[in-house]
Design a protein around this ligand. Structure first.
Ligand code: ADP
Ligand code: MG
Length: 341
């Protein structure tokens, strides 16, 4: 019998948690017309704080599995969030990596990146989307299974194959990513990598593992922002799928899931066998530090947070010369041999 359950699952039908990482992109003066400075900042590798809009003398502190501060490189994000799950896929297990967050916060940068700074997708073993592919309709069969007819499907069985497909895609990536970006606020971009592994010796057992890499639609309320002339029906579908995804993640992470509401949206039905259960899932929540994203950042953090805490301490701008959090800074400087970086 095929061994599907890893040791850490203890042989139970335990649903695994979705690891939650938050990535804060660098402050961009262009995105801050009123010159207000950042309203979010990192504290350490698991915590950040944001100004409390109800009371500017307070901050709200959030705790996550991982926090990637503004200086985190693409390589570091890949090594920390994606590389550790690749061996599970080779063992025939499923996995998914999502980028969540408002438009402009860095989802596409994280997942796709640029030729200079390739993201998670080109760093993982790739199946490739054709740059001029049409929209693919999602269909349902009579058993409510989700099907995507016409999905680009490329078999890669050696590194030479990979290279052959990867190079043309690299050349096309600038155009591809521009096109993706124009549409990404109102559509989910989903890449599925299937790894089929056949044992050399009898009984030549086959194992198939699936990895979904997902650049989600913008989490901002499209109806509120009137985003890119978005049609009401479309924004309703986006809101439903992201709302259902948040319920699914909550339900998996609360550990008390009686019913995980996968069937409430097409997105979660499609991802069902790669999210929770014995699958390994990571959600990278992308946020931006400028005030114009404030409410979208807040709602993205509330979606992603393991816990939050109101801290009675004014948020100090990084431009201020007086060191913020003097006690902690002093300790860090001490530990770092006084380099004070
Ligand atoms: P989204 O896909 O969430 O709408 P993008 O990935 O398009 O956001 O990012 C918006 C802009 O910010 C882009 O110009 C992108 O290059 C830049 N950006 C995002 N994240 C980072 C980062 N970590 N470092 C540098 N630039 C970033
Ligand atoms: Mg995008």
């Amino acid at each position: 019998m095929a061994q599907r359950v890893s040791a850490s699952d203890g042989g139970n039908k335990k649903t695994s948690r979705v690891r939650v990482a938050v990535r804060l992109r660098p402050y961009m003066p262009k995105q801050d017309e009123k010159d207000e400075g950042p309203c979010v900042r990192g504290l350490d590798s698991q915590n950040l704080e944001i100004i409390n809009w109800r009371n500017a003398t307070e901050t709200v502190k959030y705790h996550f599995d991982v926090f990637h501060d503004t200086q985190t490189t693409q390589q570091e994000v890949f090594l920390s969030s994606v590389k550790p799950i690749l061996p599970h896929i080779l063992q025939g297990q499923n996995a998914s990596v999502f980028a969540y967050g408002p438009t402009g916060a860095g989802k596409t940068h994280t997942m796709l990146g640029s030729p200079d700074q390739p993201g998670v997708i080109p760093r993982a073993v790739l199946d490739l989307l054709s740059p001029n592919s049409q929209d693919l309709p999602i269909r349902e069969d009579k058993d409510k299974n989700i099907l995507i007819p016409g999905l680009t499907h490329t078999t890669i069985s050696s590194f030479a194959d990979f290279d052959k497909h990867f190079v043309p895609a690299t050349l096309n990536r600038t155009t591809a990513s521009t096109k993706l970006n124009q549409r990404s606020s109102r559509s989910h971009a989903i890449l599925l990598i299937k790894v089929v592994r056949t044992q050399r010796a009898a009984p030549r057992r086959r194992q198939t593992g699936k990895l979904y890499l997902v650049d989600l639609a913008g989490s901002e309320d499209n109806r509120r922002t009137g985003n890119q002339g978005i049609r009401l029906k479309e924004s309703g579908a986006i809101n439903l799928s992201l709302f259902t995804l948040s319920k699914v993640v909550d339900s998996l992470n609360s550990g008390t899931a009686i019913r995980v509401p996968y069937r409430d949206s097409k997105l979660t039905r499609l991802l069902q066998d790669s999210l929770g259960g014995s699958a390994h899932s990571v959600m990278i929540t992308n946020i931006a530090p400028e005030f114009k994203y404030y409410f979208d950042t807040f709602s993205a953090l509330n979606f992603a947070a393991k816990s939050k805490l109101i801290v009675n301490k004014p948020f100090t701008r990084e431009t201020v010369a007086v060191p913020v959090l003097p006690v902690k800074r002093a300790r860090e400087e001490h530990e770092a041999g006084g380099s004070g970086t």
